[in-house]
Design a binder for this molecule. Structure first.
Ligand code: MSP
Length: 499
């Protein structure tokens, strides 16, 4: 059994969950569900990033203490993920004790290795990014290039992480691990950052109190990114449960392109310094845009994912997020796009196929599903669908995985249209065609279940199949011929009423 540990970024609690957060989380969820179908030992982590200046300021603006403030917002993320059927195995909050002990251990290791030193820092800081920028990185008027708002001038005594010492080691490591970052062009971006030269970065602040104190100098609290990145190891026991840590680490990190520098440059250097194995990989997504801009609280263009559930259902929304954009590239969220995809792929393709099959089996086969033919013309389409889906999920390309899965739905609809079993007299010919269609639907239910768990369970049950679709195991469950026949097929309500 393979082990698969996947993480999402931990989200800042200065904002309520929005579509941009849901995007990465749903993709992580679907990839993990695929790995569970493969029989892998899976651990899926998400959580919230609760320290730092940005949160402290948001709490002040709300007239609350930071702890009170974060205690109110973190559950909104937990609730949102529950409503979106996210199967995370853990949820870490950076204000938890297990995190604090792990961060302090990591800091101490890097300090003992001589990679953290005291220095004075003066520079321009973007609070929403929690990042210092050089003049060349800023837009005219000292505006942050991401947030298009003025940076602040800070001067303080800081501890620095000597990132500049890691350039060669990082380049060597990436050279020895080709494909660690997918898609490849995002990996090239990370290499470009490293080749461009690495500046030491400040890892502590004295100007704020909302954070984890450095173990050797408690006047300083840890820089929020140092604190946040460590969640990936502290959540699985680093500093608190070594056996658990050994079991799960390393992870594949799902991240957005905005945080490549932190995840693909800072983080592996921090791990090297502390003598910890580097991540298993990174899968870097683009942004979901709204009106051509990254959706973010600061830009004020956020869409609440929960608002879309009444429109297209949880699974309709999950499907849209997974199928609409190519992971790695930017994608545009539009309401029209959501409805168009719902109608074409879900109502007209999957929903229509199930309705047709159940209706014909009801009328021509007395409601009892016949067995498929071993040499069905659909068998090759099923093999191709499985292979395409497997490759797509393995590469963290959900849109490709679903395209491959939907090719089997389209082939089955075309097969029914070519054979027109609804016009034929009941008998062996109709039974053979319907058995093939039922078997194709069974395989579709398995392959599509990471994207739409509840809908696929409904399909599974309507075909009369016992147990849970999520408990099926690949590749066996995708092999042609698994539908036994002789099961009651239920028509039921329309899966996806047309909009
Ligand atoms: N707290 C940091 C991450 C620390 S991870 C150790 C952070 N939080 S965030 O809430 O601002 O955003 C985190 C991630 O959410 C982004 O990197 C990205 O993966 C995802 N997204 C947030 N807005 C997004 C879009 N509009 N589109 C796609 N993903 C976006 O950065």
């Amino acid at each position: 059994m393979d082990r698969y540990y996947a993480t999402t970024p931990i989200y800042y609690v200065n904002a309520k969950p929005h579509l941009g957060h849901a995007y990465t989380t749903i993709i992580g969820d679907a990839v993990c569900r695929w790995h569970r179908l493969l029989g892998d030992d899976v651990h899926f982590l998400t959580g919230t990033d609760e320290h730092g200046l940005k949160i402290q300021q948001a709490a002040e603006a709300a007239g609350k203490s930071p702890q009170q403030f974060t205690d109110e917002i973190a559950p909104l993320f937990q609730d949102a993920w529950q409503r979106l059927n996210i199967s995370n195995d853990d949820f870490i909050r950076t204000t938890e004790p297990r995190h604090k002990v792990g961060v302090q251990q990591l800091l101490q290791r890097c300090y003992d290795a001589g990679d953290i030193e005291l220095d004075v820092y003066a520079g321009k800081y973007c609070v929403p990014c929690e990042e210092y920028y050089t003049d060349e990185e800023l837009l005219p008027g000292d505006l942050c290039a991401i947030h298009k708002r003025p940076v602040e001038y800070f001067e303080e005594e800081n501890y620095f992480f000597r990132l500049s010492r890691f350039q060669d080691r990082l380049l060597d490591w990436y050279a020895a691990h080709p494909g660690a970052i997918v898609p490849e062009f995002r990996g090239n971006e990370a290499l470009g950052l490293i080749r461009g030269g690495l500046r030491d970065f400040s890892i502590s602040r004295t100007s704020l109190t909302w954070g984890i104190p450095l173990p050797w100098d408690s006047k300083h609290v840890a820089y929020v990114w140092f604190d946040a990145l460590a969640n990936y190891i502290t959540a699985v026991g680093y500093g608190s449960d070594d056996a658990q840590f050994q079991h799960w680490w390393p992870a594949q990190h799902l991240i957005g392109k905005d945080i490549i520098r932190h995840h693909c440059v800072y983080w592996p250097a921090m791990l090297m310094s502390a003598g910890i194995e580097l991540p298993a990989g990174w899968a870097v997504g683009g942004w979901l845009l709204s009106g051509g801009e990254k959706m973010s609280k600061t830009s004020g263009n956020v869409v609440n994912p929960l608002d879309l559930i009444p429109e297209v259902g949880v699974d309709g929304f999950r499907y849209y997020v997974l199928a609409e954009t190519t992971y790695g590239q930017d994608g545009d969220f539009t309401y029209e796009g959501l409805i168009a995809r719902y109608n074409s792929d879900l109502a007209n393709n999957l929903g229509n196929l199930l309705a047709r099959v159940a209706t014909v089996v009801g009328k021509k086969c007395a409601g009892v599903g016949p067995a498929p033919r071993a040499d069905s013309p659909l068998a090759d389409a099923a093999v191709a669908a499985f292979e395409g889906a497997a490759a797509g999920w393995a590469d963290v390309q959900p849109s490709r995985a679903l395209e491959a899965t939907w090719s089997l739905i389209r082939a089955t609809n075309a097969y029914l249209e070519a054979n027109e079993p609804w016009k034929a007299e009941p008998g062996p010919e109709v039974d053979a065609v319907m058995g093939d269609a039922l078997e194709a639907l069974r395989i579709v239910a398995v392959l599509a279940s990471p994207s739409m768990p509840d809908t696929c369970q409904t399909v599974w049950e309507r075909l009369g199949l016992p147990g849970s679709v999520g408990d099926q195991r690949l590749p066996h469950a995708a092999a042609w011929g698994g539908y036994p026949g002789g099961l009651p097929v239920v028509k039921g309500d329309s899966l996806f009423p047309r909009k």
